[in-house]
Write a protein that binds this ligand. Structure first.
Ligand code: PMV
Length: 316
């Protein structure tokens, strides 16, 4: 009987949650300067299991070193805020590698806060989880708009302004996207700084590019809500050309984008900071196979992923 009770308590003390990865649909880089972007959550998820342990130290089991920094900082922030003394063990597992740029750090941060809030039964709102996660993100990376944390936290497809000034869910269904991985790991802080340097020396030119990106984001928002894929694709492609002008694309991403468009995509662009990671193409079902082949033909790796996915949630 005693054993049964012990097993029950042990089971009750383990919390498992998951948060989704993301793809930036439009507005990359401009969002760092206060302009809006559109992000969608994807069904490749990051899982976090949390339990209280009888130890003086917290224990992190994270397969990727990069993630454990985010987990450690999230635990420290949470324990400080809620004056918690107990140690915890956090175990993480991802449906995807941090190399592809789908946002493993943001997903693990949001998932850690969610798991800890359930483990310690803390009174914490959805918004506070976003705010605390953003605090951790800035502490570690020093730069960033927080769009990826919003996707991990709220899920679905969001119109977003830096720091969560605006987080507006768009009422859409899944978008028919094809995702191609360039094979190159992007260094996001490097590219954010590169754009910041250019911004200092060519303020007018850069600001004009950001404003053009903003206009595309606003048009794309309407196109998404009206299910107008032709316009949305056109806006995505124009956004790619503006990102080229910002100096963040690379020949491999350009080749994948051009290949997708030539094979009949409504539009295509790099997604994220540039310098590598993924590109996305908006494609009608009839053209999907041709677009995938065209991207693979120029060396891209197709990543099978659905978008408009759920935000952070409890897993059984
Ligand atoms: O490289 P990613 O997928 O983390 O995207 C970075 C997007 C930027 O706009 C360049 C930076 C940001 O935090 O918004």
């Amino acid at each position: 009987m005693q054993i049964v009770v012990a097993v029950f308590i042990e089971a009750a003390m383990k919390i498992k949650v998951s948060a989704p990865g993301k793809l930036l649909l439009l507005g990359d880089h401009a969002v760092v300067y206060g302009y809006p972007c559109i992000v969608t959550a994807v069904d490749k998820r990051l899982y976090v299991e949390a339990e209280i342990i009888n130890d003086s130290e917290n224990k992190i089991i994270a397969p990727q070193v990069k993630e454990s920094r985010f987990v450690l900082e999230s635990i420290a922030t949470f324990k400080e805020k809620f004056k918690i003394k107990a140690s915890v063990k956090i175990t993480t597992r991802g449906d995807f590698s941090h190399n592809v740029g789908l946002g493993s750090s943001s997903a693990v941060t949001v998932a850690t806060f969610k798991a800890l809030s359930l483990l310690f039964d803390s009174d914490i709102s959805e918004r506070e989880i976003f705010d605390l996660s953003y605090e951790v993100n800035l502490k570690i990376q020093g730069v960033g708009s927080g769009f990826d944390l919003a996707a991990a936290n709220y899920g679905k497809t969001l119109y977003f302004i830096k720091g969560g000034k605006v987080i507006e869910p768009l009422h859409n269904e899944e978008l028919p996207l094809v995702v191609g991985y360039s094979g190159v790991k992007a260094d996001t802080p490097f590219y954010v700084r590169k754009v910041a340097e250019a911004f200092k020396s060519k303020l007018n030119k850069m600001d004009s590019i950001f404003k053009q990106i903003k206009d595309l984001v606003e048009k794309a928002k309407i196109a998404i809500e009206q299910k107008d894929l032709t316009s949305l694709g056109r806006e995505m492609t124009q956004n790619h050309y503006l990102l080229q002008q910002l100096g963040v694309s690379i020949p491999k991403l350009d080749a994948m984008v051009e290949a997708a468009i030539k094979a009949g995509a409504y539009g295509a662009k790099l997604s994220g900071a540039g310098g590598g990671d993924c590109m996305i193409a908006l494609v009608s079902p009839k053209k999907t196979s041709a677009v995938k082949k065209a991207i693979a033909h120029v060396g891209g790796e197709i990543i099978e992923v659905n978008n408009n996915a759920d935000g952070v949630r409890v897993e059984n």
